[in-house]
Design a protein around this ligand. Structure first.
Ligand code: C2E
Ligand code: CA
Ligand code: CA
Ligand code: CA
Length: 278
């Protein structure tokens, strides 16, 4: 038994070595992909629920390593964060998405672009400056930019967050609270911070038409946002019956596979902008 225990330990050990080797390889590939701009930005449309009008897009980064399967952001974003690559990656996404929006605004001027911000970008002392740089460089109207932060990012340092949000909003940029409701202090966030939009997490939307508790929570978040003069968006809408509930609760905005998956820029354009005029 002792012997096999030792073998198991060695096996375990070599598995860890293998996992670490793979991770190191992934890190160096990711570093190269960022430097050589081998990443893509996909765009998922956001709609006004009542009018069904296109209001903008969320920028979502994609990585298709040459000759390999694509790596999902849920895998490579945490790696980029761990290995100090997220600043460069995040800045590139912000710049790319902003350039894209400015070009789309020639067709539809009112469109907004929503961009995810990692806690590490948010924590940097030059974050606001880098956002202002991108706005200047791309000539993006500041009010067209929405930055998505999560509750956990916001709560790392509440005083810092207040200060940064104030500076961003003074520049005209809007702030959306991403994955709203999944953190431990959702209410503290909206109590203490100036937030422009709540994005209700998909986990509350999934069973909204069958689970009365989920429905009640969503209804309450929508009422909360109305009372605090914030916009509210439902994420991950996949089914007509979910949409129906959200319409009943008078949710402002919707996003999800029911309307479209995230798309490459040219497909987004062909599907959602070709027939538009501003
Ligand atoms: P997120 O910000 O919550 O983005 C929404 C995710 O839900 C996206 O996954 C999107 O493709 C997916 N989604 C949208 N509608 C539906 C739906 O109807 N059903 C289902 N099942 N899923 C839906 P994606 O693109 O894989 O991104 C995963 C996460 O990776 C994002 O979650 C975000 O946290 C992170 N991420 C993606 N791009 C960036 C980026 O540029 N910067 C940073 N910091 N994080 C990013
Ligand atoms: Ca998001
Ligand atoms: Ca989200
Ligand atoms: Ca999420």
């Amino acid at each position: 038994a002792k012997q096999s225990g030792k073998n198991r330990y060695q096996l375990y050990n070599s598995e860890i070595c293998e996992i670490m080797r793979e991770k190191r390889a992934l890190v160096s590939e990711l570093r190269k992909a960022i430097q050589e701009e081998e990443l893509n930005v996909y765009y998922q449309p956001l709609f006004d629920l009542k009018s069904r009008e296109l209001i903008g897009a969320e920028a979502l980064v994609r990585w298709f390593p040459k000759g390999k399967d694509s790596v999902p952001p849920s895998v490579f974003i945490p790696i980029a964060e761990e290995y100090g690559l997220i600043d460069q990656l995040g800045y590139w996404v912000l710049r790319t998405a902003s350039e894209q929006l400015v070009s789309w605004q020639n067709t539809k001027q009112s469109l907004i672009m929503s961009v995810n911000v990692s806690y590490q970008q948010f924590g940097r002392s030059d974050f606001v400056e880098s956002v202002r740089n991108v706005l200047q460089m791309t000539k993006m109207p500041p009010h067209s930019l929405h930055l998505e932060i999560t509750e956990s990012t916001a709560l790392i340092n509440l005083a810092h967050t207040k200060h940064i949000l104030h500076q961003l909003q003074m520049s005209g940029v809007s702030i959306a609270m991403d994955d709203f409701g999944t953190g431990y202090s959702s209410l503290s966030c909206v109590k203490d911070l100036s937030i422009d939009k709540l994005k209700i997490d998909r986990s509350f939307i999934t069973n909204i038409s069958t689970d009365e508790r989920d429905a009640a929570i969503v209804k309450t978040i929508i009422a909360l946002s109305r009372n605090l003069r914030m916009k509210v968006l439902a994420e991950g809408v996949e089914l007509p019956e979910q949409l129906e509930k959200l319409a009943e609760f008078e949710c402002d905005e919707i996003q999800g596979y029911l309307f479209s998956r995230p798309l490459p820029a040219d497909q987004f354009e062909a599907l959602f902008l070709a027939s538009q005029s501003s």
